[in-house]
Design a protein around this ligand. Structure first.
Ligand code: ATP
Length: 231
């Protein structure tokens, strides 16, 4: 008897292209990603890294091709099912996108409030993720009073608090110095080690090569030019 459990890809892209007007930002991308993989999407500015992430969570619709995420075909997804798709993702952006007038605690708690969680559960889970990102002493601070690295660690906490299956991080260390970038990556890797699939887009291959084990997917002018395992 074969006891090996077959792993099904969590993300499947078949011949996906994305066109903005006359600009072809993604060209015929075919890609499968297994649950729990760490994917590092590299490429120069304008190569299509952000677009690749955007078509996955439907911030942009692919112009051609098919995308299947956890069995959901994004082409045919109904507005009823869209929240189920979005709940699969935690997002991290270069510019943090925290709400400046809400405290650190409130920024992270919002995700669980929107999901209708009880206040007692929210408090426990928010404090737990803030501890895991080393931000538990700043719960009452407003984001503009924090450093960039601290803000990004709050953003990581917000991305993971809902325990999503997939984290999409778009240039998460782009505006940070190396030391802050390492703290942010450590926080992200901590969540990845619990089993989450992570797609991180960055042009900074040097920092990541030294820190991350996973698969590197390289884009060049919208084309997938390389996929290689990093050890
Ligand atoms: N909304 C848009 N409308 C028109 N063109 C766009 C739009 N978004 C992106 N593009 C173009 O598509 C191409 C890919 O952009 P994308 O942002 O995906 O690249 P990137 O690799 O993430 O770049 P960067 O590292 O600079 O963020 C670029 O030429 C960009 O100018």
């Amino acid at each position: 008897m074969n006891l090996e459990i077959e792993k099904k890809p969590i993300i499947r892209m078949f011949n996906v292209s994305k066109q903005y007007g006359t600009k072809l930002a993604l060209k015929d991308i075919t890609l499968e990603i297994e649950p729990g993989e760490f994917i590092f999407v590299s490429g120069a500015s304008g190569a299509g890294k952000s677009t690749l992430l955007k078509v996955l969570y439907l911030a942009e619709k692919a112009t051609r091709g098919q995308i299947i995420i956890g069995g959901m075909n994004l082409d045919r997804i109904s507005s009823f099912k869209l929240p189920f798709l979005r709940r699969k993702f935690g997002m991290i952006f270069q510019d943090f996108k925290l709400i400046p007038t809400r405290t650190v605690f409130e920024n992270v708690a919002l995700v669980l409030e929107a999901a209708g969680e009880k206040p007692s559960i929210i408090k426990k889970r928010v404090m737990k993720v803030l501890e895991s990102t080393g931000m538990e002493t700043k719960t009452r601070a407003l984001p503009p009073t924090l450093s960039g690295g601290e803000q990004q660690r709050v953003a990581v906490a917000r991305a993971v608090v809902g325990e999503p299956e997939i984290i999409l991080a778009d240039e998460p260390t782009g505006s940070l110095d190396d030391k802050s970038a390492k703290l942010v990556l450590d926080a992200l890797m901590g969540y990845h080690k619990k089993g989450a699939t992570v797609l991180m887009a960055s042009h900074n291959i040097f920092l990541l090569e030294t820190m991350v084990r996973g698969r590197n997917i390289a884009l060049e002018q919208g084309e997938l030019v390389k996929t290689a395992t990093m050890l």
